[in-house]
Design a protein around this ligand. Structure first.
Ligand code: HEC
Length: 153
């Protein structure tokens, strides 16, 4: 795998995206530059199921924040996307099949979800959602970065 290794800097999503868009503009429009990763079939199915739940969780977080339910937003983030979710998703088992760069983005996502959970709890105390929204966008950057770099076979 010759994917960039230094993806832990906060700009990793941007650079991956810029790369994808550059290619889109100048190469064959339909060229898929993503690294294809092979998972055992059951694990692929389980992964895609949990991906759909990730999207649902983001949606429910936004709804909870809109309703001022900050503790609820924190709980969804921690249990469905954060470090707690990491354990229930068999992430350690699964990570054996991931290239290093993909593992790093996955870890980044779980870490930033836990960070968001803390920020949105602060929102409950201060009424200010700015830092929580920034933390949420850091988290979704990890979704974007992994999707633009990798696909499943
Ligand atoms: C570490 C990598 C990684 C991260 C992080 C990640 N995904 Fe994915 N996701 C994938 C891969 C790989 C696929 C399969 C894409 C393909 O094969 O074209 C996928 C597919 C999906 C799908 C399609 C599911 C289906 O049924 O086909 C959704 C929805 C999704 N991801 C949502 C998310 C959301 C939301 C986040 C962030 C909260 C996220 N993902 C974070 C790797 C990742």
């Amino acid at each position: 795998m010759n994917k960039p290794k230094a993806i832990l800097c906060s700009c990793f999503a941007i650079s991956t995206l810029a790369f994808a868009q550059h290619d889109h503009g100048h190469g064959a429009p339909s060229a898929d530059m993503r690294v294809a990763v092979e998972y055992p079939p059951a694990m692929k199915e389980h992964t895609l199921t949990s991906m759909r739940d990730h999207l649902l969780a983001i949606n429910q977080i936004q709804e909870a924040m809109g309703n001022g339910q900050y503790d609820k937003a924190a709980q969804i983030a921690e249990t469905r996307l954060g470090q707690t979710a990491l354990k229930t998703h068999n992430a350690y088992e699964n990570s054996k099949f991931m290239p290093k760069g993909m593992q790093d983005i996955g870890n980044q996502m779980h870490r930033s979800a836990s960070k968001f959970a803390i920020e949105v709890q602060n929102s409950g105390a201060t009424g200010d959602t700015k830092q929580a929204l920034l933390a949420l966008s850091k988290k979704t950057q990890a979704c974007v970065a992994c999707h633009s770099g990798y696909r499943l076979k």
